[in-house]
Design a protein around this ligand. Structure first.
Ligand code: C2E
Ligand code: CA
Ligand code: CA
Length: 586
């Protein structure tokens, strides 16, 4: 020992002996030259037994070979081995799993080569392994969760969150395995479009939670019956579709009938027994490549028909059927273009004064010269024009055209300048604030006496909103034009209103004139209509007069005017002028 200050040898020995691992020093051959207390205690071998014996001798044969043929050469070459799993046999004969690391210091002038060996008991190793495994497992779980979340995200994008069914996007993905082009052998792709009846009522009366529960319940029922070879999806709200390959329409509609049946069974929703039903549209693919979208659209149309026919039923869409909405939109587009491009025509039907036999006036009746379908009567397009609002420009055109015609004839002095012109107004026009200014401007533009213009409004239109009608009629009346109630007898006007409205004429509906003479009920109605008109001080006009017998009776009943095929059909302006010349009109 020198005087040089260094670590206290006793302290070093204590560190060596009490280290929390086995610590040995061996020579190059593995012969133990030093061993610490931890190793002695752990193996149960005495220090004297250990010193001088080889480390290998403490191992089972397999590990002896491993240590001698792998570790010792390795220590000679690189100077270190680490974490070699071996077993140490204790004094009790039990094997103790261990983890061995070693480093070699080569021989020097003073000392021979020494190998310092650290042995961790298997217990610690297992702890370490456990942590490692736990960490590994946690990492794996995190990865699995991430993958699951990713899958869930994907699933959510393709699925409806409420029912767990595929949504529209998910349906397409799920159909990858279904026959392409709509057919597979003899089986054909079919879509059943299921729409709940009165779902909104459940939602509104019981609340959204109940509505959701109902939808989940419906989804389960549809799945229980239809799933398997078919796909069930929720498109939106209370719309579901079932898609599958079927032998034909019969098989598909049989499933529809089955679905209606399971849906009709009462459901328990929030403790209440709810009975629901659905309307189902069925579409089966034709041979030619119909897409899923085509089929869904066709099934949707059939579903609407099922609703119209009373709900809680299925309807099959025939491939030849056209889409009424598409047809309607096309027709609307054509009509709009027709109005703009001058395809409308006005025909004029004479109205005869029954006392004098002279033509009092004409009624303007619109027609549409359709590019492919020929001359169309108003029954083909007036309702559509009314529903779409196109009737305003249409009505404005008819009025303008009629006033222009009136002006032409007035200038020519033929027919009589006293001829009256009756023009029909729709309910939509009556509510149009522009109506009165438009009529006024038209009259002024053509220089027509307002008294020669008569506007006809149906009884139904007047009675839809009598108060509003009264205001419009009064404003029109103030212009000085005449007013007639059209199709009288088909609505339900009361005498009170008739008295209030500033009207000049009652036009008795054609259906009653039809039965004149043959149907005593009709004759009575016509008689009382005439009496009613006279009672409130206005004229009675008979529409649709087709026979001289009817003319006779109408005259006898005191009817003022008549109009109908018996006298003349509605005629284009040129032909009307000829007719008037021939029949002494004007
Ligand atoms: P409406 O106002 O009652 O017109 C009389 C309808 O009876 C006309 O049909 C006329 O052709 C038809 N008619 C006349 N005499 C006879 C007859 O003896 N026998 C039979 N069977 N029918 C006869 P049209 O022209 O087809 O018009 C149908 C309806 O369309 C009209 O009924 C009217 O409500 C509406 N309408 C016609 N033109 C217009 C218009 O410019 N605007 C509006 N809003 N509606 C119009
Ligand atoms: Ca009319
Ligand atoms: Ca009429």
């Amino acid at each position: 020992m020198t005087d040089t200050p260094g670590p206290d040898p006793a302290h070093l020995e204590a560190l060596f002996n009490q280290a929390p691992c086995g610590y040995l020093v061996t020579d190059d051959g593995g012969r133990i030259t030093a061993v610490n207390d931890t190793f002695v205690n752990w193996t149960g071998h005495s220090r004297s037994d250990l010193l001088g014996s080889t480390l290998q001798s403490l191992m089972p044969v397999g590990d002896q070979i491993l240590y001698s043929t792998h570790c010792i050469p390795q220590l000679g070459i690189t100077g270190a081995v680490s974490e070699i799993a071996v077993e140490i046999i204790g004094a009790d004969g039990q094997r103790r799993a261990a983890l061995l690391s070693a480093s070699r210091s080569p021989a020097s002038d003073e000392e021979p080569a020494a190998v310092r060996v650290v042995i961790f008991s298997a217990h610690e190793r297992r702890m370490y392994e456990k942590e490692l495994v736990a960490a590994l497992r946690a990492a794996e779980e995190a990865e699995a969760r991430r993958a699951e979340a990713e899958k869930e995200l994907h699933r959510l994008a393709l699925h409806d969150a409420l029912t767990g069914l595929p949504n529209r996007a998910g349906l397409n993905v799920g159909l990858d395995q279904l026959p392409a082009g709509g057919t597979a052998g003899t089986r054909r792709l079919a879509v059943l479009f299921v729409d709940l009846d009165h779902f909104k009522a459940v939602n509104d009366s019981l609340g959204h939670a109940a509505g959701d529960e109902l939808l989940i319940s419906v989804a389960q029922r549809l799945t229980s019956l239809a799933a398997g070879s078919n796909s069930v999806a929720r498109l939106s709200g209370d719309e579901f579709v079932v898609v599958g390959a079927f032998a034909g329409p019969t098989e598909a509609t049989a499933l529809a009938a089955g679905l209606l049946e399971v849906l009709r069974t009462p459901m328990q929703i929030e403790g209440l027994e709810i009975v629901t039903s659905a309307s189902i549209g069925v579409a089966v693919a034709e041979d030619g490549g119909e897409t899923l979208e085509d089929l869904i659209r066709r099934a949707d149309i059939a579903m609407y028909r099922a609703k119209e026919l009373g709900r809680s039923r299925w309807e099959l869409h025939e491939p030849a059927e056209t889409d009424p909405t598409v047809d309607r939109l096309r027709a609307l587009g054509e009509l709009r273009r027709g109005i703009r491009e001058g395809a409308l025509r006005v025909h004029y039907q004479p109205q005869i004064d029954l006392r004098t036999g002279r033509t009092r006036g004409v009624e303007a009746l619109v027609r549409w010269q359709h590019p492919t379908r020929g001359l169309l009567p108003p029954s083909e397009f007036i309702t559509m024009a009314e529903e779409s609002g196109l009737v305003r420009p249409l009505g404005a055109w008819v009025l303008g055209e009629t006033l222009k015609q009136a002006d032409n004839w007035r200038r020519q002095g033929r027919p009589s300048s006293a001829l009256e012109f009756a023009v029909n107004l729709s309910a939509r026009q009556l509510n149009d604030p522009e109506l009165v200014p438009m009529v006024e401007a038209g009259l002024r533009l053509r220089g027509i006496d307002p008294a020669l213009l008569l506007l006809e409004i149906t009884e139904t239109a007047l009675m839809a909103d009598p108060a509003a009608a009264l205001a419009s009629l009064t404003a029109l009346k103030n212009l000085g034009v005449g007013l007639a109630v059209d199709d009288f007898g088909t609505g339900y006007s009361s005498l009170t209103y008739l008295k209030k409205f500033p009207i000049d004429e009652l036009k008795i509906d054609r259906s009653f004139i039809n039965g004149l003479g043959s149907d005593s009920g009709d004759s009575a109605i016509v008689g009382s209509c005439i009496d009613l008109a006279h009672a409130v001080g206005i004229r009675a006009v008979a529409e649709g007069v087709e026979t001289s017998g009817q003319v006779h009776m109408l005259k006898a009943m005191g009817c003022d005017l008549a109009q109908g095929y018996h006298f003349a059909r509605p005629l284009p302006a040129g032909l009307l002028k000829e007719w008037l010349d021939a029949n002494g009109g004007g």
